[in-house]
Design a binder for this molecule. Sequence first.
Ligand code: ATP
Ligand code: MG
Length: 277
Amino acid sequence: MAKIVFWSPDQGRGNTSNAVAIGTMIGQDYDIRTLITQTHFRRSNLESAFMKAKELQFRNLVNTTTSGMDNLERLFKSKRLSVDSICDHTISLETGRLDLLMGTKKAEAHESYPSIAGAIFDEADRYYQAVILDIHSGGKDIVSHQLIKDADIVVVTLSQDTSVIENYVEQKEWPDELQNKTKIILLGQYDKYSKYNVANIKRNYKINDPIYGLPYSSEFRDAFNDKDVLNWFRRARNAGKRHPSYNFFQEVRKISKDLLIQIGVNTEIKRIERGVS
Ligand SMILES: Nc1ncnc2c1ncn2[C@@H]1O[C@H](COP(=O)(O)OP(=O)(O)OP(=O)(O)O)[C@@H](O)[C@H]1O
Ligand SMILES: [Mg+2]
C-alpha cells in the first residue's frame, strides 16, 4: 500500500534508529502488514536490532553467502519473483504484522540494481500495507535515488545541529527525486531542552513539512547494542509515566500514528488494544 523511505542527507544522524523505532512500534501496535528492510551495501546495523529475539533464524542466515534480498534478486532475474516468495524470504518479527527482510550481502550495486530493487519493493508493496526502507544517506547513492523516486512518503532524518538543517534547507545533497515528494522531518536523538527545538527550527527555517523530534533514549541505545529492540519494546512501550523511556515511547507512538494516517491507514480501526499482543 505504501513505501515509506527513511533517508538522511548526512551520515550517523539516527536514520536507521528512527526506522527501527517506528517500524517496531507500528508492528506491535497496529494490525497491518509491515515489512522492514534496508538497502545498504557493506555495513548495516538495521537487522542487528532484532537479532536477540530471533537468534535461531539469524544464526541460519549468518553463515550463508546470500541474504533475503539477494535471493529475491535471483528470483527476479529468473522471472519467478512473487509476493509469496518475498514473504518466504523474510524473518517474522511479529506474526502476521512485522516481517524483516535481510539486506544484500554484496559489496556494491551493479548498474541494474536500482531498478531491480525498485521492482522487488513494488511487488512487496502489493502485499504489505507499509514497506519501511532504511536507505543510504546523501545524494550520490544510485539505489537511494530510485527508491526516493518510488516512495509514497520520505521520512528525512536531520539533527538539531544548525549546519545540518541549513544544508537541508539549501537543498544541498538533495537527490532531484526529493523535490516533489511528501516528506516529514525527524530530528534524530532529539533533545527537547535544546534551544533548537522543533518549534524554533520550524519557525526560524520556515519549514512547511511536518517536523518531529524522536527523543534520545539511553535505554533504546542499550537495547539496540544488545540486539534486543524487539523485546525491549514489548516489555516497556506501555509502561507508565515514571518509566525512564516514557517520553521516548510517547513520541515514537505519535510519529508512527501520524505517519500511518498520512499513508491512509485508519489508525482507530487498526490499533491493537493494549494487552492483546
Ligand atoms: N533516539 C536515539 N536515542 C539514543 N541513541 C540513538 C538514537 N538514535 C540514534 N542513536 C545512536 O546514534 C548512533 C547513530 O545512529 P544510527 O546508526 O541510527 O544512524 P544512521 O543515520 O543510520 O547512521 P549511518 O549513516 O551510519 O547509517 C548510534 O550509536 C545509535 O545508537
Ligand atoms: Mg544507518
